[in-house]
Design a protein around this ligand. Structure first.
Ligand code: 0A1
Ligand code: ZN
Length: 880
């Protein structure tokens, strides 16, 4: 484990390396407890660099066995080696070959960075700085090298030997060993290096590219699970075709392999030609995976594949530029899913995710720009801001430029920077050059942290037929950025008339308005639309054109009207969601004041109308009628949060909607219950989503547990089964039906780790005071493991980040358990522990009692001895 050195890395300190490594030849002799790695590097000085120049290579916990230059052992006095660094004081001035032999222990590697074993399979994870745990290297993304890799292993232990690029020679060695050579012709940074060796089953297929080249596709999974990779393979082929059609990008190697492993710190990794996946994002069938799992698999398969161009062919100059590959690739996978599924539904889901994960980050102590300027531990910057907000920034570029210019800019990006380690400046420049637009103010979206607030007042003058919007922007201060500059915010809008159609206007004054988008550039704009003969309902930030918080005094009648008629599906959803959120905030205040919440009849009835509106997609209806989550409500309230009051308010609205609409919901539920063969497609998933949302409401009515129990018993797929189990476990906790369903589920899936994750997740989110004890008990369950990231995230992660009433228990018991667990996880896997610890990032918005307890918990973590760089960084920033 790397302990904290306190070193801070700064963007302004970037300078190119003095040395290049054009060729990297690696030989691995694999063994669980002692793997030998021989690295032969061709090293050159950068042009124009002269004089005595030490070569300093990065390491991390390495054991050096041998070092040679041009085939001769290096004198002990000529170099200095520590586990974390190899310095050669005075290497030859011309090109030379450096040979380094290291020893690593994959079986002991629980941090899952570098070379490790997962379920008996050797695999690697090198992003961001894992390659230095394998051999000494210039482990930075601007060192691009052509890799040739030879793997040697015992044939019976590892019949399968994979690395990046195309396969080369293979054969037998003595004593039951064998070898395989892989060559990747595309120069790449070390973080994209990968190796996999083990005994796995293959799902093979092929793909013919637009120019007619045949690519062999392979997905490797545990033996016996091949059938579960069919959906992933289908998603891969659709992704390859889509990237050709939409971005003009073809695949470039002869093979493309994906390996599913069961121990993985993140979702998946885009290693060139050899993606390594968390098995959760590969394996699926109707019996074991939910519709959400299918959608995630499709998105992540696409995401990693799309990295081949945005990340691999064009990589990042340094880790400050992480959003260059991640924001752009998320944008690409979002667009893919929107094309494959329902664009409107996809957009709503994206915005919900952004608000749930990125907004709290941007509004709390961990706020950072999409392109950060400093970091202590880069692993902690794989954040919602870099990924999700990074994607929103790319989306805004497209909004500003229009689809055609955007594509022209992307084409120029690929043409100009193929083979480069590029920067955000390079990226913005291609769009400026392609379109002739000035994006300098827009660039602040990359450089400035914080969610901009936009406040709007609207008025209509019937005498002059003018409609006026007074719009003001402000960006709140964030850590180490107290003064903010004004942003360029593209605000899509519509003026909706009585007939539900957008009203035309004759002219606009006060801001530039193009194609239904107001371009805000100043602190305040007074935008006047002339020729507006009726008072419109204004629909703002359509399609969520900018990642901002919007405050507009809007009459509930207008919001009701927009919820029924807005021509933009996202804004239609937003209007109803705003009404629900407002009602829940008021209800929370009632609860805190000791009063019983009451809700407007029109609102409660509108939920029924939307649920039954056959002109709307099922998935849209399901999203619309699902109440904002407890954390969403807390975020909107902003300060002095009492999770118990929010919970009670939400229960009250659930009850009111269910009671008012009961016969209608029951009839709809029945209508949607017709069984047919399972199809994972978006339309079928939407039907299931609506039916399960209705079940959730119906289950709060008398005998709700009986209905949920029969839904559970009759389920023919995991989506319905898990939905019913959740309703029982959360709404009828400890009822005979809940206890029985949990036991049945456990009995059936005990040996399927990924399904048991759902069982852990559902229980970890059980509302109320007992959850802490339940979760603590579940850490003793045979299917739980403190070393497997999926298990830890399902049980501990869900408890801490989803269970508002259980985790934020007023007596601090939730936090106490959390401290113990985070520290226990950290001993094995600092990266996973650091991510868990971000669950407390919004501690300052809690009411004073809980706030004090949360602070104590953070202090207890920071007081622990030998804290890893990962965890110390998160905890100290959270407390600062
Ligand atoms: N580049 C990957 C994410 C990733 C980052 C770090 C990892 O190390 C543990 C693993 C994966 C992606 O965006 O999918
Ligand atoms: Zn990515």
């Amino acid at each position: 484990m790397r302990t904290d050195t306190g070193q801070v890395f700064r963007l302004e300190d970037y300078r190119p390396s003095d040395y290049h490594i054009p060729l990297t030849d690696l030989t691995f002799r694999l063994s669980p407890d002692s793997t030998r790695v021989v690295s032969e590097l061709t090293i050159e000085r950068r042009d124009g660099v002269s004089g005595t120049l030490p070569l300093v290579l990065d390491g991390d916990g390495l054991v050096l066995k041998r070092v040679e230059i041009d085939g001769k052992a290096l004198a002990r006095s000529a170099y200095q080696a520590t586990p974390d660094r190899l310095e050669i004081a005075n290497p030859p001035a011309r090109q030379f070959r450096l040979t380094i032999e290291t020893e690593v222990m994959p079986s002991q590697n629980q941090a899952l960075m570098g070379l490790y074993r997962s379920n008996g399979v050797y695999c690697t994870q090198c992003e961001a700085e894992g390659f230095r745990r394998i051999t000494y290297f210039l482990d930075r993304p601007d060192i691009l090298s052509v890799y040739t890799v030879r793997i040697e292993a015992k044939r019976d232990e590892a019949p399968l030997l994979l690395a990046n690029g195309n396969p080369g020679e293979r054969g037998d060695l003595s004593d039951g060993w064998h070898f395989a050579v892989w060559h990747d012709p595309f120069p790449k940074p070390s973080y994209l290096f990968a190796l996999v060796a083990g005994d796995l089953g293959l799902v093979g297929d092929s793909f013919v590219t637009a120019s007619g080249r045949e690519v062999a596709l392979g997905i490797y999974v545990e033996h016996g699970k091949e059938r579960l990779a069919a959906y992933a393979m289908d998603a891969l082929k659709r992704s390859m075709r889509w990237d050709e059609e939409v971005f003009g990008r073809e695949y470039d190697l002869d093979v493309f392999n994906i390996v599913a492993v069961s121990d993985f710190n993140m979702g998946a990794m885009e290693n060139k030609g050899l993606n390594v996946f968390n098995d959760k994002y590969v394996l699926a069938d109707e019996e074991t995976a939910t519709d959400a799992d299918f959608a995630n698999i499709e998105a992540i398969i696409a995401h990693e594949y799309f990295h081949n161009w945005t990340g691999n062919r064009i990589t990042c100059r340094d880790w400050f530029q992480l959003c260059l590959k991640e924001g752009l690739t998320v944008f690409r996978d979002h667009e893919f899913s929107a094309d494959e599924r329902s664009r409107a539904v996809k957009r709503i889901a994206e915005v919900r995710t952004l608000r749930a994960h990125q907004f709290p980050e941007d509004q709390g102590p961990l706020a950072h720009p999409v392109r950060p300027r400093r970091y202590r531990e880069i692993n902690n910057f794989y954040t919602a801001t870099v990924y999700e907000k990074g994607s929103e920034v790319v989306r805004m570029i497209r909004t500003i430029l229009g689809a055609e210019m955007f594509r022209k800019g992307m084409d120029l990006y690929f043409e100009r920077h193929d083979g480069d380690a590029a920067t955000i400046e390079d990226f913005l420049k291609v769009f400026e050059d392609a379109s002739g637009r000035d994006l300098s103010q827009f660039a602040l979206w990359y450089h400035q942290a914080g969610t901009p607030n936009v406040t709007v007042t609207a008025s209509h003058n019937a005498g002059s037929n003018e409609f006026t919007l007074e719009i003001e922007q402000s960006v709140p201060p964030t850590p180490s950025e107290s003064r903010k500059r004004l942003m360029h915010i593209p605000l899509a809008f519509g003026l909706v008339g009585k007939d539900g159609k957008d009203i035309a206007y004759t002219s606009v004054d006060g801001a530039s308005v193009e194609d239904g988008v107001i371009h805000l550039r100043k602190r305040r704009h007074v935008v006047t639309f002339s020729g507006v003969t009726e008072r419109p309902a204004v629909s703002l930030n359509r399609g969520f054109s900018a990642p901002i918080t919007l405050s507009i005094e809007q009459k509930p009648e207008d919001l009701m009207f927009l919820a029924r008629h807005d021509g933009d599906a996202f804004s239609r959803w937003q209007a109803f969601n705003t009404l629900l959120t407002d009602a829940l905030i008021t209800a929370t205040r009632c609860v805190l004041g000791g009063k019983k919440p009451a809700f407007a009849k029109e609102l409660v009835e509108l939920a029924g109308t939307i649920a039954g509106d056959e002109t709307l997609e099922h998935a849209f209806r399901a999203l619309a009628i699902s109440l904002p989550g407890e954390a969403d409500i807390a975020r909107e309230i902003g300060a002095n949060i009492d999770p118990d009051a929010i919970y009670a308010a939400r229960e009250a609205l659930d009850g009111a909607i269910a009671t008012t609409n009961q016969s209608h919901f029951k009839a709809l539920y029945e209508k949607l219950s017709v069984a047919g063969p399972f199809n994972p497609d978006a339309a079928s998933a939407g039907r299931r989503a609506l039916r399960n949302a209705l079940l959730d409401y119906l289950s709060v009515l008398p005998n709700g547990e009986t209905l949920a129990a029969s839904h559970f018993a009759a389920a023919t797929n995991m989506t319905d089964r898990a939905a019913a189990l959740m309703v029982l476990a959360h709404r009828h906790t400890k009822s005979a039906e809940a206890v029985n369903a949990l036991a049945v589920f456990e009995g059936k899936y005990r040996s399927d780790a990924l399904v048991m994750d759902k069982w852990f997740q559902i229980q970890a989110a059980t509302p109320g005071l007992d959850a802490v004890d339940l979760v603590r008990r579940l850490t003793e369950h045979a299917a739980f493991s403190m070393t497997n990231p999926n298990r830890v995230r399902s049980l501990i992660g869900t408890f801490a980040s989803v269970n508002q009433t259980g985790f934020h228990r007023a007596d601090g018991a939730g936090y106490k358990f959390f401290v113990e667990t985070v520290l226990a996880v950290e001993k094995r896997n600092p990266q996973v522990a650091a991510r868990l610890a971000t669950a407390l990032r919004s501690w300052r918005s809690l009411e004073p009692g809980r706030q004090a307890k949360a602070r104590e918990a953070l202090l207890a973590i920071s007081a622990a001895e030998n804290l890893s760089a990962d965890l110390r960084d998160i905890v100290e920033r959270t407390l600062a």
